[in-house]
Design a protein around this ligand. Sequence first.
Ligand code: MF3
Ligand code: CO
Length: 391
Amino acid sequence: MSEESEVEAEKKIEGGEGAAGAAHTCASPGCGKPAKLACPTCLKLGMSTRFCGQDCFKASWNDHKSVHVSPDTPSAVFKNYKYTGMLRPWRVTKQRTVPEEILQPDYANHPGGESLEEQKSKRTMPGIPVYSEEEIAGIRAACRIGREVLDIAGNAVAVGVTGDELDRIVHDETVKRGAYPSPLNYYRFPKSVCTSVNEVICHGIPDERPLQDGDIVNIDVSVFYNGYHGDLNETFLVGNVDKDSVRLVECAYNALSAAINASRPGTLYKDLGEHINNVVKAAKCSVVTTYCGHGIGKLFHTAPNVPHYSNNKAKGTMQKGHIFTIEPMINLGQYRDVLWPDNWTAVTADGSRSAQFEHTMLVTDTGVELLTGRIGEPADRIVWTREKFQR
Ligand code: MF3
Ligand code: CO
């Protein structure tokens, strides 16, 4: 179809079924009016993009149409792929670069993105690192930068904002602070942050899909600053989110909270899964088993391994000076995950939604210090309020 005739076809936009009947906001940048008219191409792509009327639709057409096709997305590998849910991959922009003056991790320039230091430590490291005061100060600084960057990216979440825009914000704000965005080229991850929408469990690749009214989106920020990594993530509610999704996001938050409250010297890493599972069971959700929390510091991922599910066999006992993440991924439906053919995007096997929160923490004499804690809030516990994450 020629572009001209496609425009003709697109002009006849119709009202369509909203996702779970939720109200929509016009996708035309800056409009903000309620919207009922669906773009037919978006509908076919499983998108719930809505416009308030023909005028906004026509006015935004030139920008809007470019997201329908994806010349450089992995469309070839997705051919005949049977999606588990409604979400589809959109165009991915070019990989961003980091100025040479910024200290880069060992995988930044490895052709396969491999971290030889991580691989070596897996072979030779005797156990869980106990960090010195100097190292703790370095990791604390990295975590603080990660927190600032996530707050900025999280505040940019809105209907119509794309994952690519969030990636640009994370990349620029990280570099501005003299840090390297840890995901960039890590085992060839193509972007500077993970953005995981709806049924994406984790490791979503930021693309040109605009966020839709009713979406949930997780932003997972990790930074490498002055030789140390910090890692945190939060899930945001985009506009009018259905009740089940709110229950899911709150459940993921409370699951992390329960695990934090159980963390102190002497706690077995393998026991965290039980605390998480109790919260998740009560909310009738499920815990992903494929992806775990991890030690972090000089390396992005190191000992300990921190599973989020019950009856796991993780090794190790918490000790003052350990630094690790807890990052439970919780599904509304069943726990099983599958991978998209891009080899990164982990989605729920049943297409149900998934939510996650993550903190990096230091074991202290009596509990933990949340190195990625919210600025101005207690550093040893977290409290759910919807307002923090409602956008
Ligand atoms: N917080 C995520 C994790 O620990 C960050 C992943 S970055 C990626 O797995 F590059 F691996 F995607
Ligand atoms: Co992590």
